[in-house]
Structure formats: C-alpha cells, structure tokens
Write a protein that binds this ligand. Structure first.
Ligand code: ZN
Length: 295
C-alpha cells in the first residue's frame, strides 16, 4: 500500500490488540474502513474503542456493530467531562453497559492536571462509575494525571469489589506504578514511551511491570510515536502504528518484540474477556469477510 510505505508501516511479529483508540474522534470521520485495513496490514488485529462521553460511547458501540470482527469498546465519562455527570447520566450509562460489545467501564478516573471539571465533580463521577463497574462486573479503563494519591485511595476502598482495572496511558512516578501494581491493576503503555524528551522516566520504569500486567495502546489520534521513521503528513496517530510502541517497549524491558506481542495480547484477551473468535458467525454472513476479520 502506497500510504503505508510513506508512513514506514511496521508489521508486528504476532497479532496485537490496541486497548485504547479514540476512533469516534472527528479526525477519523469517513476513514474507519481505511483505518481497519491499515491496522490489519500492520497485524494490529483488534481495537478497543474508548468511550469518553455518552455521545462517544454510543458512537463507539455503533462502530462495533459495523465491524464486529475488529472492535469492542468501553462506555464511560472522561474526567474532563465529569461536570456533566448527573442522575440521568447514570441511567443512560446503565443502558449502554448492557450492550455485549461494551467490554469495560471508562474512560474514567481523575485528572488534576487540567481540571476541566472540578476535582469534586471528578470524584463523584469516578465513584459512580466504580459502582457501575461493580454492578455490571466489568473491568475499569482508567485515566489518571497528577491525581495518584486520591485515585489510589478511592480505588483501594473499592478494590475488593471491582473485577479488574487498567491505568491507561500510564505516565506517572515509580511510587504510582508500584501503588497501582500493589492493587493488582494492569498498566497501559502508549507512544509516550517513544518520546525522547518527556518519555525518559517511563522508559526507565517499564522493566518493573510484570509482563502479565502489561498492555499496549496508541491512544489514536493522539500521541503519534516519535520513533516512527517517517511520520504521516496529517500527524494523526492510528492503531496501525502500535508496532512502534511495541518496538520501543522491547528496548526498555529487555523482552523480545514477539514475546511482548504475545503477552500483551493474551493479557488484553483475559482482561476484556474477549472471545477467541471475535465475530460471531451469525453476525457476519459473507464468509470471506468473516475470515478477513477473524483472528
Ligand atoms: Zn486518558
């Protein structure tokens, strides 16, 4: 594919699962088929689409319905949007959480870096979503920025009741890393690690993450990996670029890319309870299509 040559597409040594893609972002409008095809070319065979609001969670579910062999999604309210959380939000989320394509509650958590919503509103929305995760027995997809102490404290008080959780796009301190690992949580690593300026602390930390707690993600369209040989002209990150994150992670963990590919995909399958065959046979009529999207 000409486009992939321009972007110096890397092909993963074993199939990868991108656990965090914002495919409902307007930058992907009208481009989903192309994103899917390019991901398959790079051996990034499945993506978990991040829901960050009611509207984006609904849009994510609609994408899952269009590409059942490729996508699953999370349903939740991002801490930036926490001020919009009210009692009807809770019941709307409950409706969406019934959908079997929804595999986690989130993106939720605390972000005291930018405080787009007040810390009080963020904590309220976070706790409401922790309760929903318990009610639906679904894992949590969490964000945290400059809020480790409070997030850890809240999580600790709910830990016995929640099934599982991942801190996505982890960029925190050693203390935060060990705090989350002590709670038995998973850690999501993005292209932040590929950043030779602000990613150095993370590069030095990742060898501490047990391989069975590690998952990888692009956070597309954000965080374009800076180690890409040739960057796409539109500067838009895509799930097809996940092998660049794998490559950088391999350098700093000492684990081979193949090993990391197998481990992170196994972890994602276990964490999100993904079926072995993604597309139920009765949902995909055309056999060649189902083979194409199946792993
Ligand atoms: Zn996030």
């Amino acid at each position: 594919m000409r486009d992939s040559q321009q972007n110096a597409l890397l092909v993963a040594p074993s199939s990868l699962i991108d656990i965090g893609v914002n495919l409902t972002n307007e930058r992907f409008n009208g481009k989903i088929a192309e994103v899917v095809a390019q991901s398959l070319e790079a051996n990034v065979t499945k993506q978990i689409i991040t829901g960050t609001s009611l509207a984006s969670s609904e849009a994510a579910l609609a994408l899952c319905e269009r590409y059942p062999g490729q996508f699953r999604c999370t349903v939740g309210i991002h801490p930036h949007d926490a001020s919009e959380f009210n009692s009807s939000t809770r019941s709307n989320l409950r409706d969406l959480l019934q959908n079997s394509y929804c595999v986690a509650v989130g993106e939720t958590g605390l972000d005291f870096n930018r405080n787009f919503s007040t810390p009080q509103d963020q904590e309220k929305a976070f706790e409401a979503q922790l309760e929903l995760a318990i009610e639906f027995q679904k894992p949590l997809f969490m964000h945290e920025r400059d809020a480790f102490e409070r997030q850890h404290e809240i999580l600790k008080s709910y830990r016995d009741h929640i099934t599982d959780g991942v801190i996505h796009c982890f960029t925190g301190s050693k203390q935060a890393l060990f705090g989350y690992l002590d709670l038995g949580l998973y850690i999501g690593i993005t292209g932040w690690i590929c950043d030779e300026r602000r990613g150095t602390d993370l590069q030095a930390l990742v060898h501490n993450i047990p391989p069975d707690r590690l998952m990888i993600e692009t956070d597309a369209p954000y965080l374009l990996p800076r180690n890409m040989l040739r960057k796409p002209k539109d500067r838009t990150n895509r799930p097809a670029y996940l092998p660049w994150v794998l490559k950088e992670l391999s350098l700093h963990t000492g684990l081979s890319e193949l090993d990391l590919a197998c481990k992170t995909s196994d972890n994602a399958r276990r964490f999100f309870r993904l079926p072995e065959h993604f597309a139920p046979a009765n949902e995909v009529e055309n056999e060649s299509v189902s083979d194409f999207y199946r792993l």
